[in-house]
Design a protein around this ligand. Structure first.
Ligand code: FAD
Length: 268
């Protein structure tokens, strides 16, 4: 289908983008377009103004910042997957980026777009949850930092206000794994599992196991109490509400979560 009509403005800076967003209550940010454009074409989204931030080079970077790694919101999956700093110091995130969609999606889609979109089937957000990432957000009244645990509020719903732009994601150094089960190459995850070890703690994030990206708190608690990987993994589906769809039933996803969590923990 052809999208409904809209105005298009390309922002030259983040501040200009915030100003443009303030000029129209139905404005929306466009980054890589790989989630928003399909929604426009289906007419599930009908913004009257698109504010294109896709070419803002100031938001495309991966760099060390004290004991954290700072990632610009417009950094593309392909950049993340190939980045030497991320590959060495935060391998699970680089790995998740390398498994997103196909090369075209990875060369256009941005990590900030994935986070702002709030899709529970997205690969990067559960890794960021497991890492206790911080999200830096800028709006008309300045900058605020939101912890990942408070960011994802519902299905396709996050804490961003309409005039706010996600500018940076901050993660700690970590080792770990991201395992993605797909029915066909390049598919969305039937289930994805992130297991990260940072500062001595092991955290587990889940993709496609509920309305938002989730932490497997039962698994983490079991590990903290001395359970083995196999014992802890038995609790992988606790507190989840996976969908049943063409990729698999809820029961199948619960089974997959237990298997993938065990494998991910055993690889740490
Ligand atoms: P856009 O589509 O431009 O924007 C998405 C939403 O976020 C919009 O609401 C927009 O207003 C908002 N937004 C974007 N950037 C910002 C910002 N900085 N601040 C505030 N709001 C912002 N994803 C996976 O995780 N795994 C997959 O396997 C996968 N497969 C895919 C296959 C196909 C064929 C396609 C088309 C997409 C797939 N995706 C997959 C989704 C892809 O990762 C998206 O590109 C990504 O989720 C969104 O990033 P974007 O830069 O394209 O955002």
């Amino acid at each position: 289908m052809i999208p409904a009509g809209f105005e298009y403005r390309r922002a030259g800076t983040v501040d200009e983008a915030i100003e443009l967003l303030g000029s129209d209550p139905d404005a929306k940010v466009l980054a890589g377009g790989h989630s928003l454009i399909p929604l426009l074409r289906l007419r599930f989204a009908r913004p009257s103004l698109l504010v294109d931030i896709g070419r803002l080079g100031e938001l495309r970077y991966v760099r060390e910042d004290g004991d954290r790694i700072a990632i610009g919101a417009l950094t593309r999956y392909a950049d993340l997957a190939a980045d030497p700093l991320l590959t060495e110091r935060c391998a699970p995130l680089a790995r998740a980026a390398s498994l997103v969609g196909d090369p075209q999606v990875r060369h256009r889609g941005t990590i900030g777009g994935a986070v702002a979109h709030g899709d529970p089937a997205s690969d990067a957000p559960p890794v960021l949850l497991a890492l206790d990432a911080d999200f830096v957000v800028r709006g008309p009244s300045g900058e605020r930092t939101v912890p990942a645990a408070a960011f994802f509020t519902g299905m396709f719903d996050v804490t961003l206000e309409p005039q706010e732009i996600l500018t940076e994601i901050r993660v700690p150094a970590a080792t770990g794994a991201y395992l993605k089960f797909v029915r066909r190459e390049h598919d969305w995850a039937t289930v994805g599992v992130a297991a990260t070890r940072s500062n001595g703690s092991v955290h587990v994030g889940l993709t496609s196991m509920g309305a938002t990206p989730l932490r497997a708190r039962g698994v983490e608690e079991a590990l903290a109490n001395g359970a083995s990987a196999a014992e802890a993994a038995e609790r992988a589906a606790e507190g989840t509400s996976p969908p049943s769809d063409v990729a698999g039933s809820a029961e199948y996803r619960e089974h997959l979560a237990r298997v993938l969590v065990r494998r991910a923990l055993e690889s740490l």
